[in-house]
Design a protein around this ligand. Sequence first.
Ligand code: ADP
Ligand code: MG
Length: 226
Amino acid sequence: INKRLAKAEKLEVVSHLASSVSHEVRNPLTVVKGFLQLMMQNDLPDSQRKGYLKIAIDEVNRANEIISDYLTFAKPAPENVKTLNIKEEIQHTLNLILPLANMKGVKVETELEEVYTKGDDQLFQQCLLNITKNCIEAMPATGTLKINAEITNEQIMLIISDNGKGMTKEQLARLGEPYFTTKGSEGTGLGMMVAIKIIASMNGKLSVKSEVNKGTNFYIRLPYLK
Ligand code: ADP
Ligand code: MG
């Protein structure tokens, strides 16, 4: 019964993600279509055409960001739950995020024990990616992203931390709320919502500590598979 429940829950998460992403991507696409139609006018001044083009390109970028935050790798394949080697999953995610870290001059440090849990590797990597990307984005050049995995009290404790700009109490309270972003048109406000859902689907828990101008720690507790 537990197995079936876990699977049903997972199905629900995945189908929710899939239906949200199609909904969210449709908005910018509608805007793009509208501006492309406007550009079909014959006597359109060049400056106006350029303005429309810019909006269309910005909206395509936005659609791209939404897809990245929601489902970079995940195909809707909920039967993909298997034993995950946390160390390997983190290293895999780091390969993806390293170019961004390098570009920003952010150092990455890891201390990873060999630990195992159960989950969908693609969803788990999505979750790690969304959190580490936020950490890197919160840091000026010369920051350090730290990732730590260990066993405490028969549970996996994964700590992801940055020494970036941190969050106020109000911001922290809204973390994970859909569309909450402090990044203006650069942000989607969807990354943390997705990350939290994925952790919950793995029977895990996320807690966050943050201090303005000091940094942020993400604590992810996950069931430990012996
Ligand atoms: P987005 O990154 O598109 O803004 P997210 O859901 O990933 O959306 O994050 C929501 C908001 O939470 C961010 O805009 C930022 O204000 C805050 N936040 C998340 N992670 C961090 C972090 N590591 N340091 C500081 N602020 C963060
Ligand atoms: Mg984000």
